[in-house]
Design a protein around this ligand. Structure first.
Ligand code: SF4
Length: 389
């Protein structure tokens, strides 16, 4: 079985041969078995979990053990848990086995990780192709120069200014695609939101959100300028509203509708998509009437109570989301679900069946609704972790 690993304060990680890898499903400690484990995918990164002590499994005693001091050091030294951040196309099955301290953890998609015969393994599964989202396509040496060129191409454009920060500082893949001029490019549009999701990556009470939410509402002309260039020139182009650095895009529907008018006056090429909580059916209907081509809706649970507990919606509820989905279906556009998967919750037997009532209990309904389970945050800042041995 894989061994547990832990990190020193300087980011070096070590394995502890006496203890096996442990993991968590919800609040339950578990020992992952072979079918749960895959080699650490290319493009994944390891991150130290601040103020979280690792837990391992002692197979002889049959017990889970907390490791809060470095067993290799005579002088007392605190140690920390390690989590793996997965690239797109992979879904975590278990989270790291930890005992958290007072400090809130940064909002990241921590996955349980261990080491077996010198090779890192994670409790995860490959759930989607990630050819185009493979990290090898991003953060390339020519990116800063491409960013400079776009800034020169669109002087004073605040959307490009924001995307420059997202691409270079946050490492956001959809922002980078705008500079690489290919595939799905991100277009942030809204500084405000009608929800307060527990794991929102752009706004958290104690500054532990990995990204800062935009503080301005772009003009339709600024949005259209960037979108037209992308849709006209990019390979297999798509532009998407609803990025990690903004609030709920549909709240800026009047600006987006005007931008879509300007865009479609210049080109009918490519897809205009929105990633949304779909809480405002009025806004979604207006966007559909102005030519929206596809929609992706984020959902934590199909149950009203759990939905409200996680998304903390203001002025709408699941029935409104259903109405927005019905409007999209009537308009005949493809709809994808951004299922916010949490091990120990989403994978519970009683948690799954209701989803199918959402999608309709037919195979074609399943295939028609693109279901992608996403580990939040499609980027992963490297914490400079390196093997300590
Ligand atoms: S809908 Fe999006 S922006 Fe709004 S709180 Fe949720 S995750 Fe954050």
């Amino acid at each position: 079985m894989p061994k547990m690993i832990f990190a020193r304060p300087d980011g070096q990680w070590f394995d502890l041969p006496g203890l096996e890898m442990a993991a968590m499903s919800g609040n339950h400690l578990q020992v992952p078995v072979k079918p749960d484990l895959i080699p650490l995918p290319e493009g994944a990164t390891l991150t130290l979990m601040p103020d979280a002590a690792p837990i391992g499994f002692d197979p002889e005693a049959g017990e889970f053990l907390l490791v809060d001091e470095n067993p290799y050091k005579k002088k007392s030294e605190p140690v920390y848990a390690v989590g793996a951040l997965l690239p797109q196309g992979f879904t975590r099955l278990m989270t790291p086995a930890v005992q958290c301290g007072e400090r809130r953890l940064p909002i990241l998609g921590y996955t349980a990780v261990g080491v077996e015969k010198g090779r890192l393994v994670v409790a995860a599964a490959a759930t989607d192709e990630h050819k185009r989202w493979h990290p090898k396509h991003f953060n390339t040496d020519d990116l800063p120069e491409l960013v400079r060129q776009r800034q020169e191409e669109f002087p004073g454009n605040r959307v490009i200014r924001q995307l420059s920060r997202c691409a270079l500082e946050y490492g956001c893949f959809t922002a980078q695609n705008i500079f690489y001029r290919r595939w799905e490019g991100g277009l942030p549009a809204s500084p405000s939101c009608n929800a307060a999701c527990l794991a929102c990556i752009s706004e958290q009470p104690d500054q532990c959100s990995p990204q800062q939410r935009i503080d301005f509402c772009p003009q339709a002309e600024e949005i259209a300028q960037v979108a037209i260039a992308h849709l006209k020139q990019a390979e297999d182009p798509m532009v998407s509203f609803g990025q990690g650095c903004e609030g709920e895009p549909s709240l800026a529907y009047q600006v987006i509708c005007r931008a879509m008018e300007l865009i479609r006056q210049e080109t009918d090429r490519g897809v205009i998509n929105i990633n949304s909580n779909a809480g405002s059916t009025k806004a979604i209907q207006a966007l559909l009437d102005h030519g929206l081509n596809s929609m992706r809706v984020s959902l934590f649970s199909p149950f009203d109570e759990e939905y409200a507990a996680y998304h903390r919606p203001q002025g709408y509820g699941l029935p409104d989301v259903r109405n927005s989905l019905a409007a999209a279906q009537k308009a005949g556009i493809p709809v994808a679900f951004n299922l916010l998967a949490y091990p120990g919750f989403t994978d519970q037997e009683n948690g799954q069946k209701p989803w199918w009532s959402w999608f309709g209990n037919t195979a074609c309904a399943r295939s028609r609704c693109g279901i992608s389970t996403v580990t939040p945050a499609s980027w992963s800042p490297s914490t400079g972790m390196r093997p300590g041995r």
